[in-house]
Write a new protein. Structure first.
Length: 373
């Protein structure tokens, strides 16, 4: 395991010595993905240069902007001073260091390649940050249009349609289905709008508070794998991470069963963790890796073929790295495709929504005008 080197530092502040106001302020603050990205890159550079881990953490701590991040790094430094492993010290701050991040540090401690793992974490965070920026940029204009469309629809349903409804009733006009649907929504909103809003807000708040409990986490992990477009991207990311971690551990001489346990934990998804458990039993029974992996149904043909070839040639770790590289390239390509499709898809949604409202109002008006003529 990775232990600190260097002199002991002065006592660092702990949660027990913090004031109530400081604890509240820290709880309200958040960690920026960019700060974690910079931390990973800098620590990898420090370790390659021979800088003690504790000294590197102190340097990054002084540069951090987030109160939460500075507090977490203080706690990590104090835990390292007390002789804890880096992964355990990081795991004590789940709001800053995710389970995936900690699991990959466990792999680094087992393989001794902590700088390489930190570089991979930095690339993973950088890719996620780049994707998030592209998605936000692609959704900015459509989101503004959708917001304005929702305001217009709300005004029409709340103020305009009720007046038209009285007009339609006076002329005894036959209302088409779209108009009936909108009038029904307006009536429901008038009667139960406040109650529905309160229930929705309470539900969202409870889900957010309990988001890290095991049942909700398992549901979330299952759902994200089944989402259209996004699910395939998540599967590619998990497959790439699994293959790369397993390759690093095998290259470092870690036994394949132990390497599989660590790589499985590093997938960051409960579905993968559960369905990969029988693979370890199959390895103990004398099977090779490719067969049990194929039976899980979690990985694509590319990774399975690479594992089979690697086992046949005795260079499994090299082929796992190649498979991870291929999946990373595929992930970048598919992410670009998805971002390209977002904007036109949102515009189509807005057009359908506005068209539905316009049809609901205009169609009965044409019926009334026809009767007058």
């Amino acid at each position: 395991m990775i232990r600190l080197r260097g002199a002991r530092a002065a006592a660092l502040p702990t949660a027990a010595t913090d004031s109530w106001l400081e604890r509240v302020s820290r709880r309200m603050s958040s960690i920026n993905r960019t700060e974690l990205l910079i931390f990973s890159k800098q620590m990898a550079t420090f370790i390659r240069a021979g800088v003690p881990i504790l000294d590197g953490i102190r340097v990054v701590r002084e540069q951090a902007d987030s109160k939460l991040f500075r507090w977490a790094l203080d706690g990590v430094a104090q835990a390292l001073e007390e002789g804890e492993a880096l992964s355990i010290a990081l795991s004590r701050h789940p709001r800053v260091f995710s389970r995936l991040y900690v699991d990959m540090i466990v792999a680094a401690e087992a393989s001794g390649e902590i700088d390489s793992i930190l570089d991979q974490l930095a690339r993973h965070l950088e890719r996620g940050d780049s994707t998030s920026r592209k998605i936000r940029q692609a959704m900015l204009y459509p989101s503004i249009v959708v917001g304005l469309a929702l305001v217009v629809v709300f005004i029409l349903i709340t103020f305009v349609l009720p007046s038209f409804a009285r007009l339609f009733a006076d002329f005894d006009a036959d209302l088409p289905l779209p108009t009936q649907v909108l009038l029904g929504l307006g009536s429901l909103g008038e009667r139960y709008g406040l109650l529905a809003g309160a229930v929705l807000l309470a539900t969202v708040l409870l889900l957010w508070l309990w988001r890290d409990t095991r049942p909700l986490r398992s549901i979330r992990h299952r759902l994200v794998l089944r989402l259209p477009l996004v699910g395939r991207l998540v599967q590619l990311g998990i497959g790439s991470r699994f293959a790369r971690m397993l390759g690093i551990l095998l290259r470092a001489g870690v036994p394949i069963t132990d390497a599989l346990d660590i790589a499985t934990a590093g997938t960051g998804n409960d579905v993968y963790r559960r369905r990969l458990l029988p693979v370890r039993d199959a390895l103990f029974a004398g099977e090779q890796l490719s067969g049990p992996l194929a039976r899980t149904g979690l990985f694509g043909a590319l990774l399975l073929q690479m594992v089979k070839v690697g086992e046949a040639t005795g260079t499994l770790e090299r082929y796992l790295d190649d498979a991870a590289n291929f999946m990373d390239d595929d992930l970048d390509y598919r992410t670009g495709q998805m971002v390209t499709l977002i904007e036109p898809a949102m515009i189509v949604v807005v057009a359908l929504m506005v068209g539905f409202v316009a049809l609901s109002v205009v169609t009965p008006m044409y019926g009334i005008l026809s009767e007058i003529r």
